[in-house]
Design a protein around this ligand. Structure first.
Ligand SMILES: [Fe+2]
Length: 268
């Protein structure tokens, strides 16, 4: 028991040194509202590398207003091309395929028919984006994902006007064990006071949590994982920040069960 704990601490330490994994980033050129062209995609990837992110899941929007514009195959191809360009430009970032999927009653079928992409194509975790303008409760959808072998990852609930005011609402979904993806910039106040307050409030909830950048560019939506990690370390201790920013992003990509944050982990 002790040695497996020691091994796991050792692994986290080496992952800390290896850099971050970002599970939500709009870095593919010309697909959605991320970089419009290759030079700006490379600039964003340079910013990711400078932020110590070494692995990034490219998550262009799927469904919603992007419904039918590109499919899973197009995203995989764009990822392969971007990885080639990153190699030529010697930018030390590895890109994996994924998508930021607007909730839709067809999702489980669309995953099965390979039109909608899971995180790192692992067919386990699926990023789910709620519409911004209205609140549509994803409970029924979460209930259908489990039997299909999928687990929902609700993206940036702290930036949703309904959930930001009622973080405790997510307890209704507890039996489906969705993961909540909080945005690095929210902890730093980059999305306003309400999202900042809500991001910290969601840390109290007993659901798996993960932090990602949801970066779109190098200006207003630039990656800031390192700053968020240091801030979270100050308040949660290093073990807590490691779970949110290092361990759970790695597990999401690997399709493994997620670690739970335990408040009161203290400084380490
Ligand atoms: Fe996104």
């Amino acid at each position: 028991m002790q040695s497996s704990g020691a091994n796991s601490m050792e692994r986290v330490r080496s992952e800390r040194e290896a850099g971050f994994t970002d599970v939500h980033c709009h870095c593919l050129p010309g697909l959605d509202d991320g970089p419009p062209d290759v030079p700006s995609a490379l600039a964003l990837c340079r910013a990711l590398a400078a932020d110590r992110i070494r692995t990034v899941v490219a998550t262009p929007h799927q469904l919603g207003r992007y419904d039918g514009l590109y499919d899973a195959g197009t995203i995989r191809q764009a990822v392969t091309q971007l990885n080639g360009l990153l190699g030529e430009a010697q930018i030390p970032v590895r890109v994996l395929p994924g998508a930021d999927v607007r909730i839709d009653e067809r999702i489980d079928d669309l995953v099965q028919s390979d039109r909608v992409l899971t995180v790192a194509d692992n067919r386990r975790y699926l990023l789910l984006e709620l519409p911004h303008e209205v609140f549509i409760d994803p409970e029924m959808l979460l209930a259908r994902l489990g039997p299909a072998g999928l687990c929902g990852v609700i993206t940036h609930p702290e930036r949703h006007m309904f959930l930001a005011e009622r973080p405790e609402y997510v307890r209704r979904w507890a039996s489906y064990r969705p993961c909540l993806q909080l945005t690095a910039g929210s902890f730093l106040g980059g999305f306003g006071r309400r999202s900042e307050r809500a991001a910290w409030a969601f840390l109290q909830e007993s659901l798996p949590l993960v932090v990602a950048t949801d970066a779109h560019d190098t200006a207003g939506r630039a990656p800031c994982m390192t700053d968020a990690y240091h801030l979270l370390s100050r308040y949660l201790g290093r073990d807590g920040a490691d779970i949110l920013c290092i361990e759970n992003p790695r597990r999401l990509v690997a399709g493994e069960d997620l670690a739970m944050l335990s408040l009161g982990m203290g400084e380490s």
